[in-house]
Design a protein. Structure first.
Ligand SMILES: Cc1cc2nc3c(=O)[nH]c(=O)nc-3n(C[C@H](O)[C@H](O)[C@H](O)COP(=O)(O)OP(=O)(O)OC[C@H]3O[C@@H](n4cnc5c(N)ncnc54)[C@H](O)[C@@H]3O)c2cc1C
Length: 291
């Protein structure tokens, strides 16, 4: 018996941190492997496409919505932590900040940087999320996946071609189901303190309470996208309801009922201005769906 509902024509704006996006033709939030397999069978029978969503914290969804099934993974929960070995087995719908806090409370060191990144474990692995010189792949041993034809696979982290905000999973349609991480035992109070400080730092330096998707552009290493945008005086610039944050220029905030069109136009505008000034084409970090 499946516990999820297969819903039709549901707005995806509540499935993204930007609160932007048109309707999903179909949406489901599976809670276990059997439900995922059922849904794969269903999409293959109906011959429709499948789009995977984690916490939607790195997604720009078209105002026109997404055809086929939006498979939202945030209900696929469960975590086991071995305090002595530092091994964590976690389902992909667990939230990264929750895991980071739990690891800290167990005195495990390695995820102190992750506490303010509002994504799921699955999304973090696909994006190789990171901060302050650390990233999720530093601690990842392996993942399990299900393909859209229903095959299970265990993949070692070393085969995922991790780079700055990149993994091979961005080019393959595999559903990340679970992950095995290994952290190091450390000093509990020190880990908790660093975790707290990292969160405070974010709240001070990023528009943390606004509706955003985090950094819109990849940093053109060794430069910072925020610095380039700020230097040409674009802080606070707005198109429609989308505004370049006055606190952190690599963030676009949904200031007033922004549409995906507003955000896209603002992205293009920033790219043109930065290119005209520096000859650098900023690439987006945010993933665009349904365009
Ligand atoms: C306030 C704020 C701060 C942020 N700070 C940072 C930061 O410091 N560093 C950083 O790296 N990012 C940051 N981000 C961006 C974002 O949180 C990360 O990229 C995060 O890892 C995305 O996870 P998600 O679950 O939201 O994925 P989504 O945005 O839902 O999806 C991202 C991609 O992963 C795919 N995906 C998601 N789950 C699965 C799965 N289970 N199986 C297969 N594919 C999947 C999606 O199809 C999509 O291609 C920030 C975002 C916000 C809103």
């Amino acid at each position: 018996m499946n516990s999820f509902q297969l819903k039709k024509n549901i707005s995806l704006s509540n499935f993204t941190t930007w609160r932007i996006g048109g309707p999903a033709e179909w949406i489901a939030e599976p809670k276990n492997n059997e439900e995922i397999k059922y849904l794969i069978h269903w999409i293959n029978k109906k011959k429709i496409s499948c789009n995977i969503i984690g916490a939607g914290s790195n997604l720009l969804i078209n105002d026109k919505g997404i055809k086929g099934l939006s498979l939202c993974m945030r209900q696929l929960k469960g975590v086991q932590i071995d305090k002595n070995t530092g091994v964590i087995e976690v389902f992909s719908g667990e939230m990264l900040p929750t895991l980071a806090r739990r690891a800290a409370s167990y005195g495990l060191h390695g995820l102190e940087w992750a506490v303010g990144i509002p994504g799921t474990i699955g999304g973090a692995i696909v994006m190789n999320a990171g901060a302050q010189g650390h990233c999720i792949s530093d601690h990842l041993e392996s993942i399990t996946t299900i393909s859209l034809t229903g095959e299970h696979q265990l993949i070692k982290a070393s085969n995922l071609n991790f780079r700055y905000r990149y993994s091979l999973l961005q080019d393959e349609q595999l559903i990340v189901v679970s992950a095995r991480l290994k952290l190091q035992p450390g000093h509990p109070e020190k880990i908790r303190q660093i975790t707290r400080e990292n969160l405070h730092h974010r709240v001070r330096t990023q528009p943390y309470k606004d509706q955003t998707c985090g950094s819109v552009f990849r940093n053109p290493e060794p430069m910072k996208a925020a610095r380039l945008i700020e230097e040409i005086g674009l802080k606070g610039f707005r198109i429609g309801g989308a505004e370049i944050s006055k606190i952190h220029s690599n963030f676009i905030i949904n200031a007033n009922k922004a549409s995906s069109y507003d955000v896209q136009e603002l992205i293009k505008y920033i790219q043109k201005k930065v290119f005209d000034s520096y000859g650098i084409l900023l690439e987006t970090e945010v993933k665009q769906c349904g365009f």
